[in-house]
Design a protein around this ligand. Structure first.
Ligand code: AMP
Length: 489
């Protein structure tokens, strides 16, 4: 069973739960029969480590500080005991109030968490709602009008609806903050702090974050009371079941290498390809589609419906490929992704871990292939430093480039400046009267919506307080690119 040890840390008291190799079943966890029935239907046989560690403590009303990434079964780790609480403590709902609030950084993850509540609560009487930006608010307001047991929300739209008095947080019993570090990355921490200020003092808090940078640790300290600390697979470790390789290739030949992979490798069945920019994602999806590889792009400029549709098309096999920017690297839960291809390496090494974590989920294995050109070599070095393994070099392809493999290593900052300058200048050279590829306008994220008063979900990542301004890149022609958003997700 569990062994709980109290470490003498000043505040808050942190408990570390050491997992022993137990054979715990869901039936050992004191969950209500309606939930056990739903779990059985879902096909889960045993709780995952995060579930095994968290559920008993959440059921006891303890606060949780969970260091866990998606793919570990973390959603059920909080959803099941929350539903258990709802079953055992039926109350009459108050209009516009929610008993449980879950906030998560992206719309996709928010919808997914809400779906999980519905799956696990299939045989349970409860009311839930989901709110996120980028779509009209009327339906969301209607869903909240009579009050709900569970509300899953992104922070910007949540604050907007609170300010319009469509949601009231007094009487909240359980607060869940999911992917806290992602909130920080996306500049949503100020919004999260505003939400926290509105919470009633007496409540249970469940706090999940894949990593614990100091800002997140500070937020956790201010939120949690004597939390039980649960930790599974640290973010820096990539899942053993993922077969990782890197292919060195000249930048100009990446597209041909990719098409060659699809031609020669029939096991590329359900593939997510990551690019650095939205435009790159659009272009690549178009190229693949032209080469009879059914593909769609997903990124922050796509409308909510288009994003959901793209995910659904990959999920159902209608499309073979989803070309994505890092916005979906975390939290996208599609079964049996056969391959993740890093068409461009991320400059943030943790993104690599999250990207490749889209494959080999829930017991399956998976393959991650990364393309590395001359300038990306320093990104590769940073990734290998983080994951503490050397990624297997695949030099078998005719597209293999010795010069990319042996390119001189430069500092990450210099590589980033060069690569981003190149990305930006490429966009600037689009024909002046050419068709815009999905930028802003009615087709964008916030198309046709009221602007959130507190900012929030429609903002570009890194535009928040943490957003870093970079020196404007300059193309060698002297073309200044400072008017372009640097982090072009
Ligand atoms: P999450 O980390 O919550 O995004 O969950 C990752 C994946 O694991 C989802 O596809 C879940 O359906 C699946 N999952 C969650 N709990 C279990 C379990 N106990 N056994 C098998 N799969 C699970």
């Amino acid at each position: 069973m569990f062994e709980v040890a109290c470490l003498g840390i000043a505040r808050p008291a942190i408990y570390f739960v050491h997992m022993t190799n137990s054979n715990i079943l869901f039936t050992d966890l004191n969950l209500e029969p309606a939930l056990l029935k739903a779990i059985e239907e879902t096909g889960y046989t045993k709780p995952t480590p995060i579930q095994e560690q968290s559920i008993p403590h959440v059921l006891l009303g303890k606060d949780i500080l969970g260091a866990a990434q998606t793919g570990t079964g973390k959603t059920a780790a909080f959803a099941l005991p929350i539903l258990n609480h709802i079953i055992k403590n039926k109350v009459r709902l108050t209009p516009k109030h929610t008993r449980v609030l879950v906030i998560s950084p992206t719309r996709e993850l928010t919808v997914q968490i809400h779906d999980s509540f519905k799956t696990y609560g299939k045989f349970t009487q409860f009311k839930s709602a989901v709110v996120f930006g980028g779509v009209g608010q009327e339906q969301q307001v209607r869903a909240l009008s009579q009050g709900v047991d569970v509300l899953v929300a992104t922070p910007g739209r949540l604050l907007d609806l609170i300010q319009q008095r469509h949601i009231v947080l007094t009487g909240l019993e359980i607060f869940v903050l999911d992917e806290a570090d992602r909130m920080l990355d996306m500049g949503f921490l100020p919004d999260v702090r505003k939400v926290v200020k509105l919470l009633p003092p007496k409540r249970q808090n469940l706090f999940f974050s894949a990593t614990m940078p100091s800002e997140i640790r500070g937020l956790a300290d201010s939120l949690l009371t004597d939390p039980v600390h649960v930790k599974v697979t640290p973010v820096a470790s990539t899942v053993d079941k993922i077969q990782q390789s890197v292919m060195f290739v000249d930048k100009a030949r990446k597209k041909d290498l990719l098409l060659d992979l699809f031609r020669t490798n029939k096991s590329l069945k359900k593939v997510i390809i990551f690019t650095r920019t939205k435009h790159g994602a659009n272009r690549l999806a178009e190229t693949l589609a032209k080469n009879t590889i059914p593909s769609q792009a997903i990124h922050g400029n796509k409308s909510q419906n288009a994003r959901q549709q793209a995910l659904e098309n990959l999920r159902t096999g209608r499309n073979q490929v989803l070309v994505a920017t890092d916005i979906v690297a975390r939290g996208i839960d599609i079964d049996e992704i056969s391959h993740v291809i890093n068409y461009e390496l991320p400059n943030d090494p943790e993104s690599y871990v999250h990207r490749i974590g889209r494959t080999a989920r829930a017991g399956h294995s998976g393959i991650a292939i990364s393309f590395c050109d001359h300038e990306e070599k320093s990104y590769l070095r940073d990734i290998e430093k983080l994951i503490k393994i050397e990624i297997t070099r695949n030099r078998e392809s005719t597209f293999h480039s010795d010069s990319a493999e042996n390119a001189r290593l430069m500092s990450t900052g210099k590589a980033k400046a060069m690569i981003e300058g190149r990305d930006n200048s490429r966009r600037n050279f689009r024909p002046k009267f050419g068709k815009k590829t999905g930028h802003g306008g009615g087709g964008g994220n916030g198309g046709g919506n009221s602007k959130p008063r507190f900012g929030g979900d429609n903002r570009k990542p890194n535009q928040g307080a943490q957003g870093q301004q970079q020196a404007p890149a300059r193309h060698k022609s002297g073309f200044k690119t400072s008017n372009i958003q640097k982090t072009d997700w």
